[in-house]
Design a protein around this ligand. Structure first.
Ligand code: ZN
Length: 376
């Protein structure tokens, strides 16, 4: 189609869009903001409900720890949660969310997830079968592997029995991998807790140290060198203090990635390569000095969203040739090459020459500012 993709329309004016608000993006941003309030504002009345729903989800016994799991290991079937929480988790999965470090002490360490936790990397627990068995045995967190009565880690045979396995080989591997993954400080904390017979883990972990950013590009399409997408330029930020503006930009570019990544900022990149380092001055199209219709037509021209014979002929029974010179009516022809335009260009060249200025076609296609001769 010759019209601009919907993702482009939702971009801000200064990035080449029309600044239209995207409702899908707005809803996702509301979810992220609700999550920010839930995670970092301790006294929300409805957070009691969340603490009720989340730990029972899929038998994982995870509360906030659900937000630590890597997207690959995240449960696909969210149907057992209320719709709002399903949406919350679906929104979370759209982004790359990471912690700087795993917990090393306290209840946070004891509730550290064993399953699909990028910080612990318990490889054996990545297996679907082992995952199921661990959930069945209610051993899904580091603290669940501790036997406070024996003042030691769980016996592999006991764990095998709880997992319904005849051999202790898999439980042994789980224990080995968890012990190896813990930092020296974390191991020391666990050993001290076992020696002193610490109570079982509390279910109220501390504030989450999470950052949010774009997922690595998974699109099959080749990114355009001058892509309209800003996804590759967005750096992860702390989720606790991520401003709404950042969340909106991140969500907008994530939801529309498939159209924006392969879309150039302007159709003219190939037709009329810009001068060194130049790019469209989108904001100038909608300055108070430019009449709105003129700004609109320049915007459509830069995006190639104008009626031309080569496109119209696909839908209507008309010729694809220029009515003035019978050449195939392409974008470049209509605005640059048509014989009927050449006298106008010559006139403009002569007028500008009177002021010692050069008239390149970039001037009106890319709406570049007119530059006079410098003293040098
Ligand atoms: Zn023509």
């Amino acid at each position: 189609m010759h019209w601009a993709p919907v993702g482009v329309l939702h971009l801000p004016l200064k990035e080449g869009g029309q600044g239209l608000k995207c409702l899908y993006t707005q809803v996702r941003v509301f979810r992220l903001q609700a999550l920010q309030r839930l995670l970092y504002t301790g006294s929300l009345a409805w957070s009691i409900l969340v603490h009720t729903f989340l730990p029972h989800f899929q038998g994982l016994l995870y509360d906030w720890q659900l937000f630590y799991l890597c997207p690959r290991g995240f449960p696909r079937d969210l149907s057992r949660l209320p719709v709002f929480y399903q949406d919350l988790l679906r929104t979370w999965k759209l982004f790359l969310t990471t912690r700087s470090v795993a917990a090393t002490v306290g209840a946070d360490l004891l509730t550290e997830p064993l399953l699909h936790n990028p910080q612990l990397r318990v490889q054996v627990a990545e297996s679907h079968l082992v995952h199921q068995r661990l959930v069945l045995a209610e051993v899904t967190r580091v603290g669940d592997l501790l036997d406070y009565d024996r003042r030691d880690w769980l016996d592999p045979l006991t764990l095998a029995w709880r997992m319904g396995l005849s051999s202790p080989r898999t439980p042994q591997r789980v224990l080995q991998e968890v012990k190896a993954a813990l930092t020296p400080a974390a191991r020391a904390y666990v050993n001290r807790g076992l020696r002193e017979g610490a109570p079982r883990p509390s279910s109220t972990p501390g504030p989450l140290d999470l950052s949010i950013g774009p997922l690595p590009c998974r699109s099959q399409q080749t990114p355009h060198p001058f892509t309209a997408s800003r996804l590759h330029k967005l750096q992860p930020v702390s989720f606790q203090i991520a401003p709404r503006k950042y969340l909106y930009t991140l969500t907008l570019h994530t939801l529309h990635a498939h159209t924006l990544v392969s879309h150039p900022d302007t159709k003219w990149r190939d037709l009329l390569p810009p001068l060194e380092g130049e790019q469209p001055r989108w904001a100038s199209l909608y300055s108070t000095l430019v009449p709105r219709p003129a700004g609109d037509i320049s915007w459509r021209l830069l995006h190639g969203a104008v009626s031309m014979g080569v496109f119209l002929t696909r839908f209507t029974p008309i010729l694809d040739t220029c009515p003035f010179c019978n050449v195939r009516e392409t974008l470049a022809h209509v605005y640059l090459e048509c014989a009927r335009l050449q006298p106008l260009f010559r006139l403009l060249t002569n007028i500008l020459l009177h002021f010692w200025l050069h008239f390149p076609p970039h001037l009106f296609i890319y709406t570049l500012p007119i530059r006079g001769p410098t003293k040098s």
